[in-house]
Design a binder for this molecule. Structure first.
Ligand code: HPA
Length: 277
């Protein structure tokens, strides 16, 4: 079991936006970059994108930034990177995602997004590795997220905070992504709690209610990003067809391997999209 390190976000009387503002100040101090324009969360398979987006100005261990969780696996420290693109945009690359299934609460799940907003980022790019429900999709294929279904029965919003989620995954940004790759398909992302994969029956349920992609992240982060006023672009790398759609059992090793195969293509795609934003 992971050790539950103390975190200021765990105190319910603490305002999570104040912690995010402190985290943003930590990033500014440690990177020397006062303001970021775009934030990018790297999910499985997308990890190398940071290397080709631009010049790395600073790499910060997440453990040095207020409110970030210690990694679920000891010895695997997540990082935040400040990258400058050739055309002068400052991109905050978040390689330290806290998943909902880690059981640290939603505040910690969305802290990176709130911190990104506090650094000034107006665009949040969320990427993940996920299962595909559409039979025409192939492992290794990136798809755009057009909308989501949040099956966690949870929300990052606290109190009676009513936030509109129409066009949550910006059509404008999806159109920009398609100027780079016109063949990009899109689908509705369905967030399950995990960490177990879905049963075939659950995948059929997701399909019947309008889902095309199944995964364990992103939806809660997108809601927090919208609350913070950011425009959102979502990408899923289809690492496997979802349980019961593919006829073989799912394995974490298969998911990692599909990500490694796809990496050169999807990282180039992502770098070109970031350049076009
Ligand atoms: N389901 C949920 N999450 C995933 C999957 C899946 O099939 N593949 C990669 N992440």
């Amino acid at each position: 079991m992971p050790v539950n390190h103390s975190n200021p976000l765990d105190d319910p009387s603490v305002n999570p936006f104040e912690i995010a503002a402190t985290a943003a100040a930590d990033i500014a101090r440690l990177s020397g970059v006062d303001k970021h324009d775009i934030a990018l969360t790297l999910g499985s398979g997308w990890g190398k994108a940071a290397d080709i987006i631009g010049e790395t100005v600073a790499t910060i261990p997440a453990t040095e930034v207020t409110g970030f969780s210690k990694p679920a696996l000891e010895g695997h420290v997540g990082t935040l990177r400040s990258i400058r693109t050739p055309d002068g945009k400052n991109v905050l690359v978040i390689g330290a995602r806290t998943h909902y299934y880690e059981d640290h609460g939603v505040r910690r799940v969305v802290h990176s997004v709130r911190t990104a907003a506090a650094t000034g980022a107006k665009i949040m790019v969320l990427t993940n590795g996920a299962g595909g429900i559409r039979e025409t999709w192939k492992p290794g294929q990136p798809v755009l997220i057009s909308d989501h279904i949040n099956l966690t029965a949870d929300s990052p919003l606290e109190g009676a905070t009513f936030v509109d989620l129409t066009d949550l995954y910006s059509k404008r940004l999806r159109d920009i992504a398609r100027t780079i790759d016109p063949t990009l398909d899109e689908g509705v992302y369905t967030q399950f709690r995990g960490p177990h994969y879905e049963t075939p029956a659950e995948v059929q349920m997701a399909k019947i209610i309008g889902g095309h992609i199944v995964g364990m992240s992103t939806a809660l982060e997108a809601i927090a990003a919208r609350e913070a006023g950011m425009e959102i672009l979502g990408f899923s790398l289809i690492t496997n067809l979802a349980a019961g759609i593919q006829q073989t059992p799912l394995s974490h090793a298969e998911v990692i391997e599909a990500g490694q195969h796809a990496e050169p293509v999807i990282t180039k795609l992502l770098a070109r999209v970031i350049e076009a934003l």
